[in-house]
Design a protein. Structure first.
Length: 318
């Protein structure tokens, strides 16, 4: 089969064996792969490794083969989605534990379903990591990305006030169209002052995907006893100093979807919740599709934030 790997900071296609199926696993023939922050980390890792680095954390396809030993009701030909940061999905076929696989609602297309890991991350942030009370204030950095695309809409329908932060002023209209109360360019504007005009004591929660460059400003925008949620560091890792947090008795966390949502029944129930919102059109994910030959360009677009919402790659085998 054809597999895509990161090699010295570039994407290349290799031939590999179709994996054998152990108990309680499923072999999926991929149609489309959703890109995530972990894929950028794999690309960066390949610049420091002599070996090729596999990547891919979620996808959509059809079941090609099921294990003879199974605890689920999947069958060959089912259209399914799956997610697991270890699944190395960027290939013609992916082998995945059956507990990380879900059936896709008939009225949801492949492209939309390929973004559900971002939806699950948003659901995790809103309901598990920090559950804001109605009328609370949350500021989300990286507000044009896939996670924010889901989170802002989910929070808005729950009566939570969201402020979107971006590095591109031209994106403000898109952010407020999702339901954000306001949008600011954190690189060029006094967004902390602007936020405190709306909520003088600061926001209850910061969700950030940038890293160290934004960290101090994010802390300054928080209320006493607020929480800083780091969902990835696109620029540089955050150096957390306890004395900085103790000035406001702040909480800091770096939650992982794999720990919160990819275990036991929580995965199935949470994915069902996301699918219900999408199926009922209470959440409208935005997903842009690239062809597999444009994977490098898709990853660059993910890194730069030039494309709003999520990004997915259609697997094409010549």
């Amino acid at each position: 089969m054809k597999s895509y790997v990161c090699s010295s900071g570039k994407i290349k296609v290799i031939n590999s064996e179709i994996p054998k199926i152990p108990p309680k696993h499923i072999l999926i023939k991929n149609r489309i792969i959703g890109l995530n922050h972990s894929d950028l980390l794999a690309l960066e890792k390949s610049t420091r490794s002599k070996n090729d680095v596999s990547f891919g954390a979620e996808g959509v396809g059809v079941i090609a083969k099921c294990s003879s030993i199974t605890g689920r009701t999947f069958k060959v030909g089912d259209r399914v989605g799956y997610m697991d940061v270890k699944c190395q999905s960027f290939a013609e076929y992916t082998l995945i534990p059956e507990d990380h696989v879900y059936k896709i609602y008939d009225d949801i297309d492949d492209l939309t379903a390929s973004s559900f890991r971002k939806g699950l991350a948003a659901f995790m942030c809103l309901h598990d990591v920090y559950k804001p009370k109605k009328h609370s204030w949350v500021a989300i950095n990286g507000a044009t990305g896939g996670l924010a695309n889901y989170y802002i809409q989910m929070a808005n329908r729950s009566g939570i006030n969201v402020v979107g932060l971006t590095r591109n002023s031209s994106k403000k209209g898109y952010i407020t169209s999702l339901g954000a109360k306001a949008a600011f360019n954190w690189k060029e504007e006094d967004f902390i002052g602007d936020i405190k005009k709306m909520v003088p004591n600061g926001v209850n929660c910061i969700i950030d995907v940038c890293g160290q460059e934004f960290f101090q400003m994010g802390v300054d925008a928080l209320i006493y006893f607020g929480i800083y949620i780091s969902m990835g560091c696109l620029e540089s890792d955050i150096l957390v100093k306890s004395d900085l947090l103790s000035k406001k008795s702040l909480f800091f966390t770096t939650p992982a979807v794999n720990h919160y949502k990819l275990t036991g029944p929580y995965f199935a129930l949470s994915v069902m919740s996301v699918q219900e919102m999408v199926s009922r059109h209470t959440i409208k994910p935005k997903v842009t599709e690239f062809e597999s030959k444009m994977t490098a360009k898709a990853l660059q677009a993910l890194y730069s934030g030039e494309i709003d919402g999520s990004i997915s790659v259609r697997i094409q085998v010549s």
